[in-house]
Design a protein around this ligand. Structure first.
Ligand code: B1M
Length: 234
């Protein structure tokens, strides 16, 4: 594949071919090619959201399948993740510069034991683009880190991400601690990540499970509106 690829001129591919090529390039961890292709699609009038979902997220989904099946290993997936992040880096300012009115504040982080951050970063970007102020705590957050951040930032929303079946139960540790401290009702708690589902979200006492970044934005807006209505501020 590498020999053929040297001859491919990305700008000469049509949209569909280019999208498929991006899936391949992400798979191969080709950061420069991903960045070039993102610029080409932007130049062709693609929205940042379409580039994210159709080219980058879809490419990472394919990587995930081969990682699961033992065809790809951690070093290769890390390269793919870096290529994905470089593409996201170009799109981030475009997703954020919407001039949307401030809707509220969010603190978000990946839970303890978990270093996956691509999905969380996507949620942060989309939330910022929708008008939320976001404090991103990064990866591997213990309950103390969440508590310290929400006491400092006083957000409306606490978001937690987990990508491993072994780390998702930690979300309950955080929520239980909020309950113990009498702080649970002060925040909207949203959770997300590939292994979660709605039932899990309910079982651990979150306000909502968000399937993807777009759902996170919609859910956040809806629950913020409900909160304002309850407080009689809207
Ligand atoms: Co990991 N990994 N990984 N990995 N990795 C998974 C999650 C896995 C499903 C792969 C597989 O086997 N198919 C599997 C988990 C299996 C399980 O738990 N049942 C797995 C494993 C096993 C591991 C290791 C244990 C591998 C090892 O070391 N042997 C190890 C664990 C490290 C750790 O965390 N302690 C590991 C390591 C890694 C890398 C470092 C190589 C890399 C992470 C790089 C990084 O993130 N910086 C990596 C990657 C890239 C993946 C896959 C391939 C892709 C994840 C991703 O970025 N997806 C993943 C396979 C998969 O998920 N199918 C896999 C793209 C992203 C846009 O989607 O993160 O789902 P996602 O986010 C979505 C939604 O879920 C939602 O919105 C996002 C955007 O739409 N969402 C939220 C996410 N968080 C949210 C928070 C919210 C709301 C919505 O808050 C409100």
């Amino acid at each position: 594949m590498a020999d053929d690829e040297q001859d491919i001129i990305l700008s000469e591919l049509d949209d569909e071919e280019l999208t498929l090529q991006m899936h391949d390039d992400l798979y191969d961890g080709l950061k420069d090619e991903i960045m070039e292709a993102v610029h080409i699609l932007l130049g062709r009038g693609w929205t940042p959201y379409d580039i994210l979902t159709k080219a980058l997220v879809e490419g990472m989904r394919i990587v995930g399948i081969d990682f699961r099946d033992g065809i790809l290993f951690v070093p290769e997936v890390l390269l793919a993740a870096n290529a994905m992040k470089s593409g996201m880096g170009i799109l981030k300012p475009l997703l954020i510069e919407t001039g949307a009115p401030r809707l509220g504040r969010m603190v978000i982080g990946t839970v303890k034991g978990d270093i996956h951050d691509i999905g969380k970063n996507l949620v942060s970007m989309m939330m910022e683009g929708a008008g939320f102020e976001v404090t991103d705590l990064g990866i591997n957050n213990a309950v103390e880190s969440y508590i310290e951040a929400i006491e400092r930032e006083e957000p409306d929303i606490l978001g937690m991400s987990a990508l491993l079946t072994t780390t998702m139960p930690y979300m309950k540790v955080v929520i239980d601690t909020l309950v113990e401290k009498g702080m649970r009702d002060d925040y909207i708690v949203l959770v997300g990540g590939a292994p979660l589902n709605e039932e899990f979200g309910k079982a651990i006492g979150a306000d909502a499970y968000c399937r993807d970044a777009a759902v996170a934005v919609e859910t956040a807006k809806e629950l913020m509106a409900r909160k304002h209505n309850q407080q009689g501020t809207v």
